[in-house]
Design a protein around this ligand. Structure first.
Ligand SMILES: [Zn+2]
Length: 268
């Protein structure tokens, strides 16, 4: 299935040693996702920073900044294309030689994405995956996966939403969801974890030892609302990544621990 090239503003940086050295890339095996570092910064400002500041030689603490990106995504869903895909951009450190970099604006203190932007991210992601024959589920990477830098912040802090984003790109690429059905999973109101539409498997959890059921995804005394007994089997709708122990959200809307000591997940 062919994915249409999304509408974009093509505005290549001039060749310069700080952001667009003009070096050809030999292959594209990954698409690397980033956030611009500060929330609520318009994409045009980021583009201008790369093209008019960094490109002219800009020092911070006495050292030149080397930075750029192939694409810059904005909060209104606008897409800037500023370094040709065939060339190196200085985005993803050691992955620059084989990846295309996408810098995304964010909003709010948690650095999430707007609905318009999320839709554009999925469309651009699917388009690039189609063009380079990539599988978003394994060929999309976060800057974090290369350097452990907390980038893009939302997708590092919310791993299940990162998985959902990749799945949304995969589903759109394969015609399993239409543009109007793309739901922003990062804005706090979106649903999360639609099972992979090609597999349609249900994730179930079997209780190995009695565990507390909770009204919220935390382990405080206040959230305890009951107990599920050993031997019970429930449907998992979401895995919540936490520092410490992860949790599962069950179909009934309650939460339980994801600790393998207490529960076991299987598919049906
Ligand atoms: Zn980054």
């Amino acid at each position: 299935m062919m994915v249409q090239k999304p509408e974009m503003i093509e505005k290549f940086m001039k060749i310069n040693k700080y952001g667009r050295p003009g070096t050809k890339r030999s292959k594209t095996t990954k698409i690397a996702w980033h956030f611009t570092g500060q929330h609520d910064v318009p994409a045009k400002n980021t583009v201008s920073y790369f093209s008019n500041v960094v490109a002219n030689g800009y020092k911070v603490n006495g050292k030149y900044i080397y930075a750029s990106s192939h694409y810059v995504m904005g909060l209104e869903g606008e897409i800037y294309y500023i370094v040709p895909e065939t060339e190196i951009a200085y985005t993803t450190n050691s992955a620059n030689a084989y990846s295309i970099g996408v810098e995304c604006a964010t909003t709010g203190v948690d650095d999430h994405y707007t609905d318009e932007e999320y839709k554009s991210m999925v469309k651009l992601g699917a388009y690039l995956a189609c063009k380079y024959k990539l599988d978003p589920r394994k060929d999309f990477i976060r800057h974090y996966d290369v350097t452990r830098k907390i980038c893009p912040r939302y997708f590092v802090n919310h791993k299940s939403h990162w998985e959902q984003f990749k799945l949304d790109c995969y589903n759109y690429l394969n015609g399993l969801v239409k543009e109007k059905d793309i739901v922003n999973c990062t804005n706090g109101k979106g649903i999360t974890v639609i099972p992979d539409a090609t597999q349609n498997k249900t994730q179930l959890v079997r209780i190995l030892q009695d565990v507390n059921i909770r009204s919220a995804a935390d382990f405080t005394d206040a959230s305890v609302i009951g107990v599920v007994k050993k031997g019970g089997v429930y449907t998992v709708v979401e895995k919540i990544e936490r520092t410490g122990t992860d949790m599962y959200k069950l179909k009934s809307g309650v939460y339980i621990t994801a600790s393998k000591k207490y529960v076991e997940v299987f598919e049906k």
